[in-house]
Design a protein around this ligand. Structure first.
Ligand SMILES: Nc1nc2c(c(=O)[nH]1)N[C@H]1C(S)=C(S)[C@@H](COP(=O)(O)O)O[C@H]1N2
Ligand SMILES: [Mo]
Length: 189
């Protein structure tokens, strides 16, 4: 009898321990989302600003500084992550977006202390302003791939801002316009 109850306690201890060690993934974001938002695909290998990029798809400008051109490969050298999200606006269904965290791009180029927003323009001349707080709070993507494919201008590329809808409570009337596609210039102001 004693043997059996000891055995039961041992079983209980083992099951509790294994449940604890169950590797429940913690949120990978600064602002707490109930579930981890993104999966990391590659690590960062880029640590210096690119110079004389030939096939730049976009430029980023810090204040009144010179625009810094980035090609897709250089952007992706910041480390690629992905998440799946409903894209009701452009594609009209859920899609897996792969790209870099805008946060990582800003960290590379540097954010002036007085800066408060990003002013972004697209190849179709659409323009939107995004508060820097978005980038700090949410894992906003600069996507370079949708469902495993590069995006041409006709597929909302070559790069596109993607917000983690579904992981956070983001009001579409505020955030839909911030899903800017075909990004041409980003100015930190
Ligand atoms: N490049 C670009 N991105 C854009 C837009 C655009 O016209 N051009 N429209 C924005 C707006 S206002 C919204 S609501 C969403 C969806 O636009 P849609 O409803 O015109 O498809 O994408 C945003 N991103
Ligand atoms: Mo819109």
């Amino acid at each position: 009898m004693i043997f059996i109850s000891r055995f039961c306690i041992a079983l209980l201890v083992i099951s509790v321990l294994s449940a604890c060690g169950n590797n429940t993934p913690a949120s990978n974001d600064i602002a707490n989302s109930p579930t981890p938002v993104y999966t990391r695909i590659t690590e960062k290998t880029l640590n210096a600003l690119p110079t004389s990029v030939e096939n730049a798809v976009l430029s980023i400008q810090v204040g009144d500084g010179d625009p810094i051109g980035f090609d897709i490969e250089t952007l992706e050298a910041l480390g690629v992550v992905e998440y799946r999200v409903m894209d009701s606006q452009a594609i009209g269904e859920e899609a897996t977006f792969r790209g870099i965290l805008v946060r990582d791009l800003l960290e590379l180029v540097g954010i002036p202390a007085e800066a408060s927003k990003l002013v972004i323009t697209a190849y179709d001349d659409y323009r939107v302003e995004i508060p820097l707080s978005d980038i700090q709070q949410y894992p906003v993507l600069l996507a370079t791939m949708t469902n495993g494919e590069r995006m041409g201008l006709d597929a909302f590329g070559p790069t596109r801002f993607v917000y983690p809808y579904g992981f956070y409570n983001l009001d579409p009337s505020v955030y839909d316009p911030r899903w800017i596609w075909s990004v041409k210039t980003i100015v930190i102001r």
